[in-house]
Design a protein around this ligand. Structure first.
Ligand code: SF4
Ligand code: SF4
Length: 89
């Protein structure tokens, strides 16, 4: 399981600093493939979370990145499905 950063992200860097397992990445400076964007939620525009590294902060009550994000731009996969991927990514 992993959380997803949506396009409300303003690249403030807070979640990058806060993540205990270094699962948050800055926007890619290299061109990404459609697969990387659509399947792995990587981004050239905003921060993104490595799906394989994020454990949703299971040892905390609330995921650290969600607690600190000023834009409420970090969502679960279930939330993304409800909102509609095309509306938030
Ligand atoms: S949920 Fe926790 S482990 Fe996953 S990206 Fe956010 S801070 Fe990092
Ligand atoms: S804390 Fe929120 S707004 Fe800031 S970089 Fe992370 S996802 Fe983007």
């Amino acid at each position: 399981m992993a959380l997803i950063i949506t396009n409300d992200c303003i690249n403030c860097n807070a979640c990058f600093i806060e993540c205990p397992v270094e699962a948050v990445y800055k926007p890619s400076e290299q061109k990404l493939s459609e697969q990387e964007k659509k399947e792995f939620y990587m981004s050239e525009e905003h921060y993104f979370i490595d799906l394989n590294s994020c454990d949703e902060c299971t040892v905390f009550n609330v995921p650290r990145c969600i607690a600190i994000c000023p834009m409420d731009s970090i969502k679960t996969m279930e939330q993304i499905k409800k909102i509609g991927k095309e509306n938030v990514i």
